[in-house]
Structures are given as structure tokens and as C-alpha cells.
Design a protein around this ligand. Structure first.
Ligand code: KIV
Ligand code: NA
Length: 275
């Protein structure tokens, strides 16, 4: 299993870091078999597996429940778990307890927090408590209400300047990596140059230190439309629907079960049964 220090070295040697989300036992097993460097148990699970409108409905217990299943499926991969909405804002004590639960109860390796500003001292405290922290800047979905939608961030020079400063603050606070979501590629490249910790991009172009995608987006599972920044490698959804439709038709046409799916009793036993 790779460690936080390995990710730093990968940045130094310009070796890209591969991150993918997973939310349960089979997706985690597939991510590990597929050879990703880091699994993110993202609070995107609220949308892609729980069917919520946004990530703000996700609770700490939801994250723990899913992260445990992910750990069971990927014992040898570094796992980052999202701290969900409002679990790292109320007080330092709550923040540390919540981060602690996410690690202790699931066996995950690190937590991820969105934002800078008032979150910086939380990154410091969690790191000092011994829990590695991944920061998350740019488009921060837990603040979608404040941001006014899922939009590209840092498009003007002032916002870009603040983002670069925020990345430096996250690094100084002890973050071992920073997810950078939905920013212009030129800004993402500047952010990557400005810090020594790896920048894991999503909708941030090629000139960063790694990439992350949502599992369901990548394989086309249960998602109808994907954002511009997603590369969909397959669309498994139609195959799944086809399988279910074929099953339904087989049952209705008495084509299933076939002989090979069926158990039989020996003749002599049947004689005893019928007398
Ligand atoms: O929740 C999530 O899946 C994320 C990634 C999109 C970075 O935070
Ligand atoms: Na997230």
C-alpha cells in the first residue's frame, strides 16, 4: 500500500497519482484490482448511490457505513474518506472526534475536507492528531448553495490568486495532498507549481499531479449525464438493464430456470415419497 510520503515522491518524480472513488465492497475490489493508487470514499455517494440531490444530505454515519465496506473490498489500497457537510465546522472538539471516528471505525487512512479559510486550523489540528488530511479546493460541492451551482471556479485573476494562496495555506497546515475541482487548466498548473504537495485534479486539466474520477461516471453506471470533465470509458448501464429485461422475459416465457439451474431428486427417493 502506498503512503502519504509516496504521493509526495510521485509528484517529485512526475509520476501521476491515480485516484478513484468507491462506495462499497464490489467497487472497492474493482478499484484495487484495477490498480488505482488511492481510493476516495467520496460524499458524492449521496448522489450516485443514495439518490440525494446534493452532498449536503450525507451524514457521518453514512460515510462510516460505506467506508467500512470499501475497506473490506480494498485491504491493500490507501483510502481517503470525505468528512461530510458540517462535520468539521462546529467546533474543534467535534471536528477531531468526527475525523477520529472516520479513521478508527473504518480502517481508512486519511480524511478529506473542503475549503480553506476557517478550515485551515482544522487541517492543522487533525494532522497534529495523527490523521493525514487531503484538502479540497476549487469547486467545493458542499458549498453549492453559496457558490450558486456547480460552476468552474477561479476564472478571474483575483479568485485565481486566492486559490493559489489557499493551496499554500493547506500545505502549511499539513495537508498531504489537495483535490482541485473544476478550475481552468492554467490556474491548476500554477497551483501545482506553487506547492510541493500533490494536486489531484478533477476538471483541472493535465498539468497537475494526479486525477480523480467518480466510479459511476467512469464506467457509466446509473448516471444519465456526466460533466464535461468526465471521461466515460464504458457505459455499463445498458448492459445491466438488458440483463434485467432478459431475465424478466425468460421468467414470463418459462425460459428460466433451465435444466442446468435446477435440482433433481433420485428416482428411488421419489418412489418412497409417493409411496
Ligand atoms: O465526493 C467526491 O467524489 C469527491 C471527488 C469528486 C473529488 O470529492
Ligand atoms: Na466529496
Amino acid at each position: 500500500m502506498k503512503q502519504t510520503t509516496d504521493f509526495l515522491k510521485m509528484k517529485e518524480s512526475n509520476e501521476k497519482i491515480v485516484m478513484l472513488t468507491a462506495y462499497d465492497y464490489p467497487s472497492a475490489k474493482q478499484a484495487e484490482q484495477g490498480g488505482v493508487d488511492v481510493i476516495l470514499v467520496g460524499d458524492s455517494l449521496g448522489m450516485v448511490v443514495l439518490g440525494y440531490e446534493s452532498t449536503v444530505s450525507v451524514t457521518l454515519d453514512d460515510m462510516i457505513h460505506h467506508a467500512k465496506a470499501v475497506k473490506r473490498g480494498a485491504k491493500d489500497t490507501f483510502i481517503v474518506v470525505d468528512m461530510p457537510f458540517l462535520t468539521y465546522h462546529l467546533s474543534m472538539k467535534d471536528t477531531l472526534m468526527n475525523a477520529g471516528r472516520l479513521i478508527q471505525e473504518t480502517g481508512a487512512n486519511a480524511v478529506k475536507l473542503e475549503g480553506a479559510d476557517e478550515v485551515i486550523d482544522k487541517i492543522t489540528a487533525i494532522t497534529k492528531a495523527g490523521i493525514p488530511v487531503c484538502a479540497h479546493l476549487g469547486l467545493t460541492p458542499q458549498s453549492v448553495g453559496v457558490l450558486g451551482g456547480y460552476k468552474v471556479q477561479g476564472k478571474d485573476a483575483n479568485a485565481a490568486k486566492k486559490l493559489i494562496e489557499d493551496a499554500k495555506k493547506c500545505e502549511r497546515a499539513g495537508a498531504f495532498a489537495i483535490v482541485l475541482e473544476c478550475v481552468p487548466k492554467q490556474l491548476a498548473a500554477e497551483v501545482s507549481k506553487a506547492v510541493s504537495v500533490p494536486i489531484i485534479g478533477i476538471g483541472a486539466g493535465l498539468d497537475v499531479d494526479g486525477q480523480v474520477l467518480v466510479y459511476h461516471d467512469l464506467i457509466g453506471y446509473g448516471v444519465e449525464r456526466v460533466p464535461k470533465f468526465v471521461k466515460q470509458y464504458h457505459s455499463v448501464h445498458p448492459f445491466m438493464i438488458e440483463s434485467i429485461q432478459a431475465y424478466a422475459a425468460d421468467v414470463r416465457n418459462k425460459q428460466f430456470p433451465e435444466e442446468k439451474h435446477t435440482f433433481t431428486m433420485k428416482e428411488e427417493e421419489l418412489k418412497v415419497l409417493y409411496g
